[in-house]
Design a protein around this ligand. Structure first.
Ligand SMILES: Nc1ncnc2c1ncn2[C@@H]1O[C@H](COP(=O)(O)OP(=O)(O)O)[C@@H](O)[C@H]1O
Ligand SMILES: Cc1cn([C@H]2C[C@H](O)[C@@H](COP(=O)(O)O)O2)c(=O)[nH]c1=O
Length: 268
């Protein structure tokens, strides 16, 4: 089964270096063209979109990062803060929709099931994005954007997703982001080395993910870096706070605390 998923994938060699201690906030050039001052927040959405009322002062943070980079651990830490609601990724749904497991099927045969999984990921992510906010601050694990720009892109670029599947998903995605407000004020990127994620992934030992080789994690890493660091692939919809995340748990918790203000004051 491992062969079924990965044998035809041609992957680039991994050659990045990682900053180890400091945290960077990046304002994207593309963002500046569209947004200015206060308007970069959730209130800035195109008037043609379906805008939700009463959310002007609220702030939405997306937590992005590779598989097993420590997103859930970070969310757990911030979930203890009052006035923050935390939305984890709906992975349990991806593992069980009406008794079927699209995540497992995708890892077994991505060409056959990639579209199925990614259609469901797109739907369940959208469902998360449009959920009315129950607190002034929302921290959300990943986004409909990373599902498309990282995971769909990876399936397509690695030759695992047929062109027609990619075209259909792309049209759905474009329609959604054009017509539905997807607010975001800050993207926090947990920047890890693929090796770190690979080790954490093995330690976590999720059944469906046992077939994942290091090369897959490297591809996801490169797509994240091209998007959020090098700005080489797709528009970045909010400023990016880069948090080095190879450190042990103690240091990571310290780093979360150090950056608390920066993260929680995202729309000020
Ligand atoms: N800083 C860290 N050092 C060592 N292990 C970690 C660290 N952060 C998380 N882990 C462990 O790595 C695995 C993946 O972490 P998790 O938070 O679930 O990542 P993600 O949500 O990004 O997939 C879990 O077993 C978790 O306990
Ligand atoms: C968003 C997204 C995720 N996946 C896969 C990748 C992982 O196996 C899980 C998510 O786990 P994580 O520890 O939170 O990274 O889902 C995918 O295949 N496609 C996607 O769009």
């Amino acid at each position: 089964m491992i062969v079924g998923f990965f044998c035809r994938v041609v992957l680039p060699l991994y050659s990045h270096k990682y900053p180890s201690t400091h945290v960077l906030v990046r304002q994207t050039p593309a963002l500046g063209k569209h947004l200015s001052g206060r308007s970069r927040s959730s209130t800035s959405v195109n008037h043609r979109k379906l805008v939700r009322n009463g959310e002007g002062k609220k702030s939405v943070i997306w937590l992005e990062g590779n598989i097993a980079s420590g997103k859930t651990t970070c969310l757990e830490y911030f979930s203890k803060t009052s006035d923050i609601e935390v939305l984890t990724e709906p992975v349990s749904k991806w593992r069980n929709v009406q008794g079927c497991n699209p995540l497992g099927l995708m890892y077994q045969d991505p060409s056959r099931w990639g579209l199925t999984l990614q259609t469901y990921v797109q739907l369940t992510m959208l469902d998360r994005h449009v959920l009315p906010m129950a607190s002034p601050i929302r921290m959300m694990e990943r986004s409909i954007y990373s599902a498309k720009y990282i995971f769909v892109e990876n399936l397509y670029k690695s030759g695992k997703m047929p062109e027609v599947d990619f075209a259909v998903l792309s049209e759905w995605f474009e329609w959604i982001v054009k017509n539905i407000a997807i607010p975001v004020d800050l993207i926090v990127y947990l920047q890890t080395s693929p090796q770190t994620c690979y080790e954490r992934l093995k330690q976590r030992c999720r059944e469906e993910e046992k077939v994942i080789p290091l090369e897959y994690i490297e591809s996801i890493h490169n797509l994240y870096e091209d998007w959020l660091i090098h700005h080489k692939s797709f528009e970045v919809p909010a400023p990016v706070l880069v948090m080095p995340a190879d450190h042990d748990l103690k240091k990571m918790l310290h780093q979360f605390e150090e950056n608390r203000e920066k993260i929680l004051m995202a729309n000020c």
